[in-house]
Each structure stands twice: as structure tokens, then as C-alpha cells.
Design a protein around this ligand. Structure first.
Ligand code: ADP
Length: 335
């Protein structure tokens, strides 16, 4: 039996949906694939254009998922693409999986998060009222307890908001709202916000080094600010006790905008670098624990940068400092 025939036999017996195409035409599909694409049998698919099964959104390069048309219905499927050379021509093997389960998880999370937010806002609101002594004087113990309730509920709300946000992004339910915005202005807005929110901002020198060549980006302004808020917040949070310099740089690099946030903080150990963009990962030391965050900021930032068609990376030296840099296209890709 030839290798090709061997492969064909094997492909027909696995439960993973497999389709192989070259020069835009399907040359092999297995039974699972036929089922998933709504075809009677695999042979029916052979010779057809692969484009017939891809929804417009995928052609626009949206996320990693594709939408496949089966019996006129649109279904969200996930593709693992393995390129190879077949008889001297470029070919692609697609392993297709149904990510309905994943979406069900995201929907569940979205619902639960919503149900949790409502009572939590009430706890937060009423503890705020008590804290402001609008219901009367408090003794020291009561004051301490209320501070605790307030801080914990604020943290929990942030956690829930982040989980909700990330689950929406992961489910492909977040659409960017593109507009042309002034980069320096957006950064300055975030700096104002950070100064109000971060208790450490008084002890930290904030420097700006903006490229005059970089004026505008076409992107989602709110999401841009969210990324920057996360990175700048971390730079402040992980500065060394009582001192630190944080530098924000912008630079136009070809048709990309490059933004970097450098700190002179605690740095990240080499072995921890891989972990930090992963959900719920907080690495290292007491400082991270003391300034507990949700461990979702970098995961969300990375997703948002990718959604824009950009990239994000980190350079760091343990004990010396860290620089996070992200690049975004200056203009939205024409589709
Ligand atoms: P959070 O800050 O809420 O814990 P993030 O996803 O933003 O979550 O960051 C994940 C982890 O990466 C942090 O807990 C910290 O250990 C590390 N980290 C992020 N930014 C910095 C930084 N500027 N300097 C040192 N460590 C950092």
C-alpha cells in the first residue's frame, strides 16, 4: 500500500475531522469532516473549493477560528493548520474541531459574572456609604472592618470584570471600535487615571519620551487605553519600595506604532517570563502578593494587541527592571 493510501485509510478512521487542500481545492476529506461540514460523504467534498466553506469573516483574517458553511448554516469551528508539500505543490492539512463546548463555557462564565456583579455592586456601594460615615460615626474596629469589606469587594469586582472581559475576547465576541485617535492624548489620559488610582504614584518619577512623528493611530481607543492602563499599573506596582522611574516611549516604526513602558522595578526571573502572559499567573515574590492583582491583566492585554493585528513582548532583568513593548498597526487593515 502506498504512503498516500495508508494515510487515506488512517484519516478515514480517526474521529478528528481532517481536510487536505491544495491550490484552493479539497483533495481529501474524512468522514468526520464530511459530518462537520454537512456533506453526505467525504467523496462529495473532493474537488470543491475550500473557500466555499469559509465564512467572509475568516477571509478578513479574524481570529484563529473560522466559520464554516454547512447546509447554508454558519458554524464556528477551530482549525489547526499543518502546511506541507504534496507532489511538489504547497498543500494544507486542516484538523478541524468544534469549539461549541468552549463557547458554552464562555457563555456560562459571562452569565455567572453578570449575576455576581449585581450583588457585589450593592456591597461595594453600601460599604462606601458606611466608610464615608454617612450613616453615622464608626469606632476604630468598625472602620477597619469596613475598609476590609470595601477593599475585598473592589478586588472581587475587578476580578469578575476581567474574567468576563477575557471570556468574551476568547469567545471571539469582542469587536474593536476603530477610530483615528491621538496617541499622546490617549497616553496622557491614562497617566491621569493611574495617578488617581495608584497609591504609589507619588514616589515614582514618570518620564515621557514621545516620537513627534507618531501622532495618530487607527485603533480602538478604549482598548488601547486598557492595555496601557494594565502595563502602566504593573510598572508602578512592581517598582521597588518607595522609589522608581517609569518611562513611556512611543516610536513610529514603519507602518506600526511602538509603545513601551520601562520600569526600574523588581524584574522577572528568566524561568517566569513564559508564564506571565498566561491567565491567573502571578510570579515571584512578596511584592506581587502584597499588591495582589487578578493575574489577568497581561493575558487580556495580549489578546487585545493581537486583535488589533499587533504584538507584545517583554524584556526584563531580575532585580533591575522590566520593559513591556507593544506594536500596533497605524491603520486598520483594509478588507
Ligand atoms: P496582575 O498584575 O494582576 O498580577 P498581570 O497579568 O498584569 O496580573 O501580571 C502577571 C504577573 O506578571 C504579575 O503578577 C507579576 O508577577 C508579573 N509582572 C507583570 N508586570 C511586571 C513588571 N512590570 N515588573 C515585574 N513583574 C511584572
Amino acid at each position: 500500500m502506498s504512503d498516500k493510501e495508508n494515510y487515506r485509510q488512517l484519516a478515514q478512521h480517526v474521529t478528528t475531522a481532517i481536510v487536505v487542500h491544495s491550490e484552493g481545492r479539497i483533495i481529501l476529506a474524512n468522514k468526520s469532516c464530511a459530518m462537520l461540514l454537512g456533506a453526505e460523504n467525504p467523496e462529495e467534498l473532493v474537488g470543491k473549493s475550500i473557500d466555499e466553506f469559509i465564512h467572509e469573516d475568516k477571509k478578513k483574517g479574524k481570529l484563529n477560528k473560522i466559520f464554516v458553511r454547512a447546509d447554508g448554516k454558519i458554524r464556528e469551528l477551530e482549525i489547526l493548520e499543518i502546511p506541507y508539500i504534496l507532489q511538489g505543490k504547497e498543500a494544507f492539512q486542516w484538523l478541524i474541531s468544534d469549539n461549541k463546548k468552549k463557547n458554552a463555557k464562555s457563555d456560562f462564565l459571562a452569565n455567572v459574572s453578570h449575576d455576581l456583579r449585581t450583588p457585589l455592586n450593592s456591597i461595594l456601594g453600601f460599604s462606601e456609604l458606611l466608610r464615608q460615615k454617612s450613616a453615622g460615626e464608626l469606632n476604630r474596629k468598625q472602620e477597619r472592618y469596613i475598609e476590609n469589606i470595601h477593599a475585598s469587594s473592589k478586588f472581587l469586582l475587578e476580578l469578575i470584570n476581567n474574567i468576563l472581559d477575557l471570556s468574551k475576547i476568547e469567545a471571539g465576541k469582542v469587536d474593536l471600535t476603530y477610530e483615528k485617535f491621538n496617541v499622546a492624548k490617549a497616553i496622557n489620559d491614562v497617566i491621569v487615571l493611574i495617578k488617581v488610582k495608584s497609591s504609589r504614584s507619588q514616589n515614582i518619577i514618570l518620564k515621557k519620551d514621545f516620537d513627534p512623528e507618531l501622532e495618530f493611530i487607527e485603533g480602538d481607543r478604549q482598548r488601547f487605553k486598557q492595555i496601557l492602563f494594565n502595563l502602566l499599573g504593573n510598572a508602578m506596582k512592581f517598582s521597588k519600595e518607595g522609589k522608581g522611574i517609569v518611562t513611556i516611549r512611543t516610536k513610529k516604526v514603519g507602518n506600526m506604532a511602538q509603545i513601551s513602558i520601562e520600569d526600574t522595578g523588581i524584574g522577572i526571573k528568566k524561568e517566569d517570563i513564559k508564564k506571565i502572559f498566561t491567565k491567573f499567573q502571578q510570579v515571584g515574590c512578596d511584592l506581587s502578593r502584597k499588591n495582589r492583582g487578578t493575574g489577568l491583566g497581561l493575558a487580556i492585554s495580549e489578546e487585545l494587541v493581537k486583535l488589533h493585528g499587533g504584538k507584545i513582548w517583554v524584556e526584563t532583568e531580575y532585580g533591575v527592571g522590566t520593559t513591556f513593548t507593544f506594536m500596533l498597526p497605524l491603520e486598520k487593515k483594509k478588507t
